[in-house]
Structures are given as C-alpha cells and as structure tokens.
Ligand binder design. Structure first.
Ligand code: RB5
Length: 143
C-alpha cells in the first residue's frame, strides 16, 4: 500500500485532516504526523519532518500544507532527494509528477478551498512520472 505522509502548520490543520480522510478512503495509507493542536507553530519544522519521511523511504509520497503552501515547500526542498511543488490547480499537480517526478505536493490552505484541494490531491496521485527526457532533467536537479 502506498504510504503518504501528511504534515502542516497551524494554518492548515482542518484541510490536512480532510485530505488524510480522503486519501484513506481512496485506499492509500495516510501517515498524518500533525500537528493536531490549533496553536501557532513553525512551518519549517513540519516541512522537514515530512520530507525526511519521504527521503528515508519510510513513506512513498508526501502532502504538506501551510497558509500559502510556499514556506513549507521551501523547507521540504532543503532535504536531499525531495522534489516538492506548490499547486493551486489540477494541471500543475499532474505535471509535477509527470515531468518533475515530484515526491511531495504542497497546498496553500488559505489559497484553495477543500473541494479544489481534494481535486488537486487526486490529480497528483493519479499521475505517473513519464521518464525519458524528463528523467535526464530530474537527474540534473539531483546533481
Ligand atoms: C503562517 O501565518 C503562515 O505564514 C504560513 O502558514 C505560511 O503561509 C508560510 O509560508
């Protein structure tokens, strides 16, 4: 079963939990590492924690959120082996897997509503890396 780690800061707890329930219903294993208390926290901590779960191989993919999705994405991308993009639309969510082999999706909870967020998650999870010339470019990122 595909294991998907989820994390967020305080700005995205409800949306993160809705996404966890959604992907569980779709047959994925949701590894929700919180936080659960609605108190102000620091998105770099949660981005790093999720990224390390993916980079270590403990989880196959990740979904992370903060207010904009931007700060937590920046933190996650500091972990070697992580390719994370922020998406506010389904096309981008599919393309970051098809062309960039993204292993973490970031979403801004203050940017998109729940319905669109779930559709973005579906687009990300349903897409597959195309390899070929895109693999050459992804390898260049890793180097
Ligand atoms: C928290 O107020 C906010 O700055 C954070 O959730 C995120 O949007 C940062 O990128």
């Amino acid at each position: 079963m595909t294991r998907i780690v989820l994390s967020s800061d305080h700005a995205a707890i409800e949306l993160r939990q809705a996404i966890a329930a959604h992907i569980t219903a779709k047959g994925y294993e949701a590894v929700d590492i919180g936080p659960t208390e609605n108190v102000s926290t620091h998105y770099p901590v949660h981005g790093k924690a999720a990224a390390e779960r993916v980079a270590s191989g403990d989880c196959d993919l990740g979904i992370i959120l903060c207010g904009t999705g931007q700060g937590i994405m920046m933190a996650a991308n500091k972990v070697k082996g992580i390719r994370c993009g922020v998406c506010s639309d389904q096309f981008s969510a599919a393309m970051i897997r098809q062309h960039n082999n993204a292993n973490i999706l970031s979403i801004g909870a203050r940017v998109v509503g729940e319905g669109l967020a779930l559709a973005i998650v579906d687009a990300f999870l349903d897409a597959e890396f195309e390899g070929g010339r895109h693999a050459t470019r992804v390898d260049m990122i890793e180097e």
